[in-house]
Write a protein that binds this ligand. Structure first.
Ligand SMILES: NC(=O)c1ccc[n+]([C@@H]2O[C@H](COP(=O)([O-])OP(=O)(O)OC[C@H]3O[C@@H](n4cnc5c(N)ncnc54)[C@H](OP(=O)(O)O)[C@@H]3O)[C@@H](O)[C@H]2O)c1
Length: 299
């Protein structure tokens, strides 16, 4: 059985990928924290700070993976604007450390990237479209893409966007934020002029699994298959989870004064992914219904 090393394993995506790959692969997990948040006690866990070159070399020598999936990142886009040095270290330098440590092992490397490499003026975006990030997060992720494109290993760059799902001790994502606020009867303000193709995290993991099993390397867009504004997405969340949509106030990006600029419409086209895998991710309502079911099953 092949060995996979999942980096950023304690995050939303890391946890989901580990659940999908477990049993089919010999899974090893690594993240920053001293303990594993993964509910699979048999999965070996290694604490490592990927910005420390020797930590990474040590980790990769210990695990000897055939496949590395790097989900680690600073993904808070506003924080990236103000903490640029730290962002560069985690989102770019850490990938260089990983590639340097691979040496003669020659694993396949998967790097997770983002819709924020686009400026948002020409959606929907395919893998052929030119990148033009408008914020520091997007610039750091674009640089990581360029580094991996120029390495000698087989690689997948998998771009995704607006990931939602559940996991242990994860940061709130858009969907869990809306659900939690509405459950507490809190008013929320949601923008109507940012549009995308939100992604149920387990759909992403399934899609990535299929690409890897078929050895389809290169650049791929993997997201949900329906484009929606944040405001309409919030309304759909309220409807599916039986919550009060009147608490949702419709606003524009200008009202919010966020630190980082956001692309207005960064929706993906998924033709390349669908053609290669013969499989489709879910649309908005179906993805949310799957999440609802998962939440009910997890109590
Ligand atoms: N979330 C989205 O909507 C979205 C959209 C597009 C692309 N992406 C990309 O998808 C990937 C996964 O995102 P996510 O939502 O799962 O993020 P997340 O929940 O924040 O997970 C990232 C993980 O990386 C870890 N990490 C950060 N710095 C590290 C370091 N120096 N060494 C080792 N581990 C480190 C974090 O640990 P700490 O918790 O201790 O910091 C966290 O466990 C990222 O590459 C992100 O850029 C995400």
């Amino acid at each position: 059985m092949s060995k996979v090393l999942v980096l950023g394993a304690n995050g939303l995506l890391g946890q989901s990928i580990i659940k999908r790959f477990n049993n089919e692969y010999e899974v090893n997990a690594s993240s920053m924290e001293n303990e594993s948040f993964i509910d699979l006690p048999a999965v070996p866990y290694f604490q490592a700070d990927l910005t420390i070159r020797y930590d990474v070399a040590d980790l990769i020598q210990k695990v000897q993976p055939d496949l590395i999936i790097n989900t680690s990142a600073i993904s808070n886009v506003d924080l990236c604007e103000t903490e640029r040095e730290m962002t560069w270290k985690v989102n770019v330098k850490a990938l260089e450390n990983i590639l340097d440590a691979c040496g003669r092992l020659k694993p396949v490397v998967v790097q997770i990237s983002t819709d924020y490499v686009f400026d948002g003026n020409n959606a929907p975006y395919s893998e052929m479209d030119e990148v033009n990030p408008i914020g520091y997060y997007g610039r750091s992720k674009m640089s990581a893409e360029n580094i991996i494109r120029n390495c000698s290993l087989e690689y997948i760059i998998a771009r995704t966007q607006v990931l939602y799902g559940i996991g242990k001790r994860i940061r709130p994502n858009f969907v869990t934020w809306v659900i939690n606020a509405l459950k507490k009867n809190e008013n929320i303000r949601v923008v109507n002029d940012q549009k995308g193709t939100p992604t149920y995290v387990n759909d992403f993991s399934e899609g990535l699994y299929k690409l890897i099993m078929q050895r389809e390397f290169g650049l791929y867009h993997i997201s949900g298959n329906e484009s929606v504004s944040r405001y309409d997405f919030a309304l759909k969340i309220a409807e599916i989870f039986g919550l009060n949509s009147e608490l949702i106030e419709e606003i524009t990006t200008d009202d919010l004064k966020q630190k980082a600029p956001r692309p207005k419409n960064s929706s993906f086209t998924l033709n390349k992914f669908i053609n290669r895998t013969r499989w489709k991710t879910h649309g908005v309502a179906d993805g949310l219904n799957l999440l609802k079911l998962e939440m009910e099953q997890n109590g």
